[in-house]
Ligand binder design. Structure first.
Ligand code: GDP
Ligand code: MG
Length: 178
C-alpha cells in the first residue's frame, strides 16, 4: 500500500509500535530533525511527522510517520494507526527483555490485522547502552528472520543506524502500485 505519486516518488504510511519508553519518539526526532532531546515528553495518543528521503537511484520516499504511545490505555487505538500502513517499525530497548516480549506481541498483532504486504522492521534501540544489554542481537535476529522482518539495532542518542533504518525500509518497499 505504498503510493506512487509519480514515477520517481513514493509516499508511504509508516507506524511505530512498541513499549512506552523504548525510544520511538526519539528515533523519529533524530530522523526528522537530526536532534536528540533527553528530556523529551511522553507521547500522548499518537503524533504525526513526515520526512522525505532521497535515494541513490534519484527516487524519493516520503515517510508519513505515525508515532504511537506505548501505554496500555492506548492499545485499543493502535489499529487506527497500523491499518493501511505500508511499513511497521516495531521497537524494543536492548536493555529491557520486557520490551522485547512486547515487541513480539506487536508483531503477532500486525500479522493478524495488518496489511498482508506490510514491510516490518524490528528495531533494538538504545544500542549505546550495550553495557546493560539484556536482549542478544542473535536472538532478535533469529526472531526477525522467522517472522519475515528485517532487524537493526539503533541509537537515537548517538544517531547510530537511524538513517540506515529508513534506507533499508525504502529498499524493501514494493515498487509497483497495489
Ligand atoms: P517512547 O515512549 O518509545 O516514544 O520513548 P521516548 O522516545 O520518549 O524515549 C524514552 C526515554 O529513553 C527518554 O528518556 C529518552 O531520552 C531515552 N532514549 C531514547 N532513545 C535512546 C537511545 O538511543 N539511547 C539512550 N541511552 N536513551 C534513549
Ligand atoms: Mg513517544
Amino acid at each position: 500500500s505504498s503510493t506512487v505519486t509519480d514515477s520517481k516518488n513514493l509516499r508511504v504510511k509508516l507506524v511505530l509500535l512498541g513499549d512506552s519508553g523504548v525510544g520511538k519518539s526519539c528515533i523519529v526526532l533524530r530522523f526528522v530533525r537530526g536532534q536528540f532531546d533527553p528530556s523529551s515528553k511522553v507521547t500522548v495518543g499518537a503524533s504525526f511527522l513526515s520526512q522525505t528521503l532521497a535515494l541513490q537511484d534519484s527516487t524519493t520516499v516520503k515517510f508519513e510517520i505515525w508515532d504511537t504511545a506505548g501505554q496500555e490505555r492506548y492499545a485499543a487505538l493502535a489499529p487506527l494507526y497500523y491499518r493501511g500502513a505500508a511499513v511497521a517499525v516495531v521497537v524494543y530497548d536492548i536493555t529491557s527483555p520486557e520490551s522485547f516480549s512486547k515487541a513480539q506481541y506487536w508483531v503477532k498483532e500486525l500479522q493478524k490485522h495488518g496489511s498482508p504486504d506490510i514491510v516490518m522492521a524490528l528495531v533494538g534501540n538504545k544500542a549505546d547502552l550495550h553495557e546493560n544489554r539484556s536482549v542478544s542481537a542473535q536472538d532478535a535476529l533469529e526472531y526477525a528472520e522467522k517472522n519475515g522482518m528485517f532487524f537493526i539495532e539503533t541509537s537515537a542518542k548517538t544517531a547510530d543506524n537511524i538513517n540506515q533504518l529508513f534506507e533499508e525500509i525504502a529498499k524493501r518497499l514494493p515498487r509497483t502500485p497495489s
